[in-house]
Design a protein around this ligand. Structure first.
Ligand code: SF4
Length: 749
C-alpha cells in the first residue's frame, strides 16, 4: 500500500547523477524500509526541478544485486583475461563473427534488467553475470579482506617502490571520501598516482582554465544565463546530460537571451537555439578562431578590458588572422555567412556567457578548444560581470568536488601543485609525513603503465569502472589482467570487479552523509536515507581502516571532521562547515556563509593567475588523430542518454530508467543508413581498428552525414571497444568524440 505523505519520513539530499546537483527530498516508508518517492526541493540552482534520473533513478540502491560481503579471489592464478569474454569484439580472430563471446542478443529489444534480472541472481542482460563470476570468489570477513589488502599493497610498495601503486577514486563519492582517498595514496603509499574520472571528462577544460584564468572552476553559474544577452552552448547536449540546467537555458531564451548552439549533432537544444552551427566533429578551434577573426575585424573587442586584464592578445591576433570565415567554412562545414553573423551577435552583446561540454573537452585538441573559449570571452570583456563567463558543465554530481579535494595526480586539494616545494612542505606538515615531489600518473597513463616493465603493479579502485569507461577496452582488459593485485570497492559486481583480487562492498550515496560540489561550485550535503545492506560499509570508514593498517594514525569520527580538515587546507572552501551549508548548500568562495549564498560571478577585478591577468594561448587547428578512410568511412561520436548514466551500473538497475531506455543503438543519418541498405531497428556490426560491437540502428535526423553516435552505457555493445586511446597532451583526456568506424549489416537479424 502507498502511505500518505505525512506518514513518510522526509530526508533532504542531493541527486547523485549529473553535475547540476539538484536538491531533492526522499520520502521514506520506514515500515517497508524503502523510498516511496522523490521530490525536487527549492535551491537556487534547481528550484525544485528534477529530471527523470533524479525523480526515478534511486531504486538501484535497493537492488538484490548489491554486494553485501567482502569477497576474495579463490585462485589468483585464474586467467583474469578470460573474464568479460562477452565484451571482447576482437578485430583479428573474430572478423566476420557476431559480437564475440556470444551475447548475440546484446542489443536486442527485451534485453533488459527489468525483464530478467530482478531476482538478483539470474543473468541480467547487459550486466555482469554473477553466476559466472562469483564462483571464482569466496566470502571473507572484513578483517581478513582488509588485512590482505594492506599486506599485498605494502609488499608491492616495498618490493617495487611507491610508483608501483596507484588509486582511482570516484566522482560519485563525497568530497570527504575523495579527500581521504587521495590522502591515503599520497601519505600512505608515497605516490601521486591518484586520479579519477575527471580525466575522462573535463581534464582538458581544467588544464586550459587553470593556465588561462588560474582556476579550474566555473566563473559563473548556469542560472546566470538569465542575465546574458547571448549564450554559446557548445559541445554539449544539455537536454540529455544536464537537463535541469538546460531548462534554465530555454527559460532564458523565452525572456530574450539569444542562444548560439555549436555542435555536430542537431540535439533538441538546436530546436531552441537562434543559431545552430553544425560544425564537423573536431573542428572547434577553426570555428572559434574564425569567430574571433571576425570579432576583431569588426572592432567588436573590448580594448579597455584587454589592456587592463589580458595578456597574449597580440599573438592571438596573429593566429586568428589565418582563419577568415571562408577558410573556416571549408574546415568546419559551417557557412561563412553564418560564421560572420554569429561573430557579430557575440561581439555586439553586452553580456555573453559560454557553457560547454565534452564535445569540447574529449578531443586530443581538448585543451586548445577550451583555450579558444577563454579567449572568446576575454577579448570581448565577457568575464567578471553578471551574465558573462566561462562554464564547463561538469558531468558527475561530484566531479568538481573530487577535483577540488585533490583527486588528481598533479594537485593537492584546491589545485595546489604537488611539484611546488613550499606547497608540498605545507602538506607534509599537515599530514605528518614526507610526500612525493613528482606529479603522478593520470588514469589514462596508469593503464598504459601497467603494460610496461617497472610500471604500476597494485591498484585500489574506488567506485570506478574503467573496463567500460576507458577507451580501447581490449587494452584496458590486458592491463587489468596483468596487475599483481587489484582491490575494487563498489556497490555492484562491475566489469572491473571481475578482475579484482579483493572486492569490498561499499555504500551508495543514500547510505551515508557527506558533501558534494556541483558544477556551479555549490557545496551541498547529502544525507543518509537508509543503512547499507548486509555487511556493506560506508566508504570513508573503509578507507580509514586501510590507512590504519598501513601505519597512518587516522582517527576521524565523522565526515564533518574530515571536511573541517579539508577546509583548513583549501583556501577556496574557507569558512564552509557542514553545519553552515544549510538546506540549499553554499557556493564557494564564500566570505560569510551564515548570511550569504556565496559568489556567483568570479574574477570581477582580477583573475586567479599570479599576475592577475587572463593569459591567452592561441591555438592552431589540428585534425583528429584517426580520420575516416575507405575502410572505416564514418566518424564515431560517443556520449550519454537522458535515462542512463556512464557504465550503467546504477541506471541499468533502475526499473524506470532501464524500462524507458533498454537497448543499445547506433544513431545514423538517414542517407548513411540508406547507402548501406540498413533500416531502423536492424542489427548491425560497428567496427573500428580496435574492436567490433553489434547493436541496433536508430535512424536519426540529428546526426550529420558521415557521422554516427553510440551511447557508452551498454556492456553488451560496449562503445569503448571501438574508441581510440589517443590523448590530449595537456589534459591527458582521450579522444572519445572521434574515431573512424565502419557499419555493416550482420548476417543475423
Ligand atoms: Fe539529477 Fe542532473 Fe537530473 Fe538534476 S538534472 S535531477 S542533478 S540528473
Amino acid at each position: 500500500p502507498i502511505r500518505p505523505r505525512e506518514e513518510l519520513d522526509a530526508v533532504d539530499s542531493v541527486c547523485p547523477y549529473c553535475g547540476v546537483g539538484c536538491a531533492l527530498t526522499y520520502y521514506v516508508d520506514r515500515e517497508r524500509g524503502a523510498i516511496a518517492f522523490a521530490e525536487g526541493r527549492d535551491q537556487p540552482g534547481s528550484q525544485s526541478r528534477l529530471c527523470v534520473k533524479g525523480r526515478y533513478g534511486w531504486d538501484y540502491a535497493a537492488s538484490p544485486q548489491r554486494l553485501t560481503v567482502p569477497l576474495i579471489r579463490k585462485d589468483s592464478s585464474y586467467p583474469k583475461g578470460a573474464l568479460s569474454a562477452d565484451v571482447r569484439g576482437d578485430t583479428d580472430n573474430d572478423r566476420g563473427r557476431a559480437g564475440a563471446g556470444g551475447n548475440r542478443s546484446g542489443g536486442g529489444r527485451g534485453n533488459k534488467l527489468s525483464k530478467n534480472g530482478r531476482d538478483g541472481r539470474r543473468k541480467p542482460g547487459g550486466l555482469v553475470d554473477y553466476d559466472e563470476v562469483l564462483p571464482h570468489f569466496r566470502e571473507a570477513t572484513w578483517e581478513e579482506a582488509l588485512d590482505l589488502i594492506a599486506r599485498r599493497l605494502m609488499e608491492i610498495h616495498a618490493e617495487q617502490g611507491p610508483g608501483a601503486i596507484a588509486g582511482f577514486g570516484s566522482a560519485k563519492c563525497s568530497n570527504e571520501e575523495a579527500y581521504l582517498f587521495q590522502k591515503l595514496i599520497r601519505a600512505g603509499f608515497g605516490t601521486n598516482n591518484v586520479d579519477h574520472c575527471t580525466r575522462l571528462c573535463h581534464a582538458s577544460s581544467v588544464a586550459a582554465l587553470f593556465e588561462g584564468v588560474g582556476s579550474g572552476a566555473v566563473s559563473t553559474t548556469y542560472g546566470d544565463v538569465a542575465n546574458a544577452d547571448v549564450v554559446i552552448i557548445t559541445g554539449s547536449n544539455p537536454t540529455a546530460n544536464h537537463p535541469v540546467a538546460s531548462s534554465f537555458f530555454k527559460q532564458a531564451r523565452r525572456r530574450g537571451t539569444k542562444i548560439i548552439y555549436v555542435d555536430p549533432r542537431a540535439n533538441t537544444v538546436a530546436e531552441h537555439a537562434d543559431y545552430h552551427c553544425q560544425v564537423k566533429p573536431g573542428t572547434d578551434v577553426a570555428f572559434y578562431n574564425a569567430i574571433m577573426h571576425e570579432v576583431i575585424r569588426l572592432g567588436l573587442i573590448d580594448m579597455e578590458f584587454i589592456k587592463a586584464r589580458v595578456s597574449g592578445f597580440e599573438e592571438l591576433v596573429r593566429t586568428v588572422n589565418d582563419y577568415p570565415p571562408e577558410r573556416a567554412a571549408q574546415i568546419t562545414g559551417v557557412d561563412a555567412d553564418l560564421i560572420r553573423e554569429v561573430a557579430r551577435v557575440w561581439g555586439e552583446a553586452d553580456a555573453g556567457v559560454i557553457y560547454w561540454g565534452m564535445g569540447i573537452s574529449q578531443h586530443t585538441t581538448g585543451t586548445d578548444n577550451a583555450r579558444c573559449l577563454i579567449a572568446m570571452c576575454s577579448i570581448t570583456g565577457n568575464v567578471g560581470r553578471p551574465g558573462t563567463g566561462l562554464h564547463p558543465l561538469r558531468g558527475q554530481n561530484n566531479v568538481q568536488g573530487a577535483s577540488d579535494a585533490g583527486l588528481i595526480p598533479m594537485f593537492y586539494p584546491d589545485y595546489q601543485g604537488v611539484d611546488l616545494d613550499a606547497t608540498r612542505r605545507r602538506f607534509e606538515e599537515a599530514w605528518g609525513t614526507e610526500l612525493d615531489p613528482d606529479r603522478g600518473l593520470t588514469v589514462t597513463e596508469i593503464i598504459g603503465s601497467v603494460l610496461k616493465p617497472g610500471g604500476v603493479r597494485g591498484m585500489y579502485m574506488l567506485g570506478e569502472n574503467p573496463f567500460l569507461s576507458d577507451p580501447n577496452i581490449n587494452k584496458v582488459r590486458k592491463a587489468l589482467s596483468q596487475l599483481d593485485f587489484l582491490v575494487v570497492q563498489d556497490i555492484f559486481l562491475t566489469e572491473t570487479a571481475e578482475f579484482a583480487d579483493v572486492i569490498l562492498p561499499a555504500s551508495s550515496y543514500l547510505e551515508k552523509d557527506g558533501s558534494y560540489t556541483n558544477t556551479d561550485r555549490r557545496v551541498q550535503l547529502g544525507r543518509k536515507v537508509m543503512d547499507p545492506p548486509g555487511q556493506a560499509r560506508v566508504d570513508w570508514e573503509i578507507i580509514q581502516d586501510i590507512a590504519r593498517r598501513i601505519g597512518l594514525n587516522w582517527s576521524y569520527a565523522s565526515p564533518s571532521e574530515v571536511f573541517d580538515e579539508m577546509v583548513e587546507l583549501m583556501p577556496s572552501y574557507k569558512n564552509l562547515r557542514h553545519d553552515n551549508l544549510g538546506l540549499s548548500g553554499k557556493l564557494y568562495p564564500n566570505e560569510d556563509p551564515e548570511h550569504s549564498d556565496g559568489a556567483v560571478v568570479l574574477f570581477d577585478d582580477r583573475f586567479n593567475t599570479d599576475d592577475g591577468l587572463a593569459h591567452l594561448v592561441p591555438a592552431q587547428w589540428l585534425p583528429a588523430k584517426e580520420l575516416p578512410d575507405a575502410e572505416y568511412p564514418l566518424v564515431l561520436n560517443t556520449g550519454r542518454l537522458l535515462e542512463h548514466w556512464h557504465t550503467g551500473s546504477m541506471t541499468r538497475r533502475s526499473y524506470a530508467l532501464d524500462s524507458i531506455s533498454p537497448v543499445a543503438e547506433v544513431y545514423m543519418h538517414p542517407k548513411d543508413a540508406a547507402d548501406r541498405g540498413l533500416s531502423h531497428g536492424q542489427v548491425v556490426r560497428v567496427r573500428s581498428r580496435r574492436g567490433a560491437i553489434e547493436l541496433q540502428v536508430r535512424i536519426s535526423h540529428r546526426e550529420q552525414l558521415g557521422n554516427c553516435f553510440i551511447p557508452f552505457h551498454f556492456r553488451e555493445a560496449a562503445a569503448n571497444l571501438l574508441t581510440i586511446d589517443e590523448i590530449d597532451p595537456y589534459g591527458k583526456i582521450p579522444e572519445f568524440k572521434f574515431c573512424a568506424v565502419q557499419v555493416e549489416a550482420t548476417s543475423v537479424e
